[in-house]
Design a protein around this ligand. Structure first.
Ligand SMILES: [Zn+2]
Length: 184
């Protein structure tokens, strides 16, 4: 799944809250965007393991949401949106393909790491690879609630994300051939 799809999952998840409480839309969006991106920072560590918590993520996300409902400060709301988006990122990684650049000739059976059971979850491949047609369809569909619930600079972020997603999907299959061998 593309990084932009992860961001749109986060934004769509917080969209009802932003619609209900427009004055908190800013912190909700910042938390959702950063939380959607954050797990993949582990690309420089052990990707899809170090910062991906598909099972344990709710242990942080649920109390963070409860706290944000009880004390809806900007910080609490942004932290809750971050925790929810980061958890959903790890969960949805299991529904996609593996992290490999070239899933056509080099398939991985490691979608995301389950820290509770101490083993890798296998890819469900509902989204076969990042930038696949179903990935772009998902990104565009999830952008709709985000566009309805948010306005201002967040609309700009969503539109930019859509342009990047569609552009990436168009060149995705050719990228494998363009990349130097040492990168694969
Ligand atoms: Zn990821």
């Amino acid at each position: 799944m593309m990084a932009t799809t992860h961001v749109f999952v986060g934004l769509a998840a917080v969209a009802p809250a932003a619609y209900a409480a427009p004055d908190l839309a800013g912190p909700l969006a910042v938390g959702a965007v950063l939380g959607g991106l954050a797990p993949d920072v582990d690309l420089v560590f052990e990707h899809r393991r170090t910062l991906h918590f598909p099972v344990l993520g709710f242990v942080v996300a649920v109390p963070a949401v409860v706290l944000a409902v009880l004390v809806p400060s900007s910080l609490a709301v942004a932290a809750a949106a971050f925790a929810v988006a980061a958890w959903l990122h790890a969960v949805t990684d299991a529904l996609g393909g593996g992290p490999e650049m070239d899933p056509w000739t080099d398939r991985s059976e490691r979608a995301v790491y389950d820290h509770v059971r101490g083993r890798w979850i296998r890819p469900r491949r509902l989204v076969r690879y990042d930038g696949s047609p179903e990935d772009v369809t998902l990104a565009v569909s999830l952008a709709i609630p985000a566009l309805l619930a948010f306005d201002g600079w967040i609309t700009g972020v969503v539109v930019a994300g859509l342009v990047i997603s569609i552009g990436y999907a168009i060149v995705r299959r050719r990228l494998v051939a363009w990349l130097p061998d040492w990168l694969e």
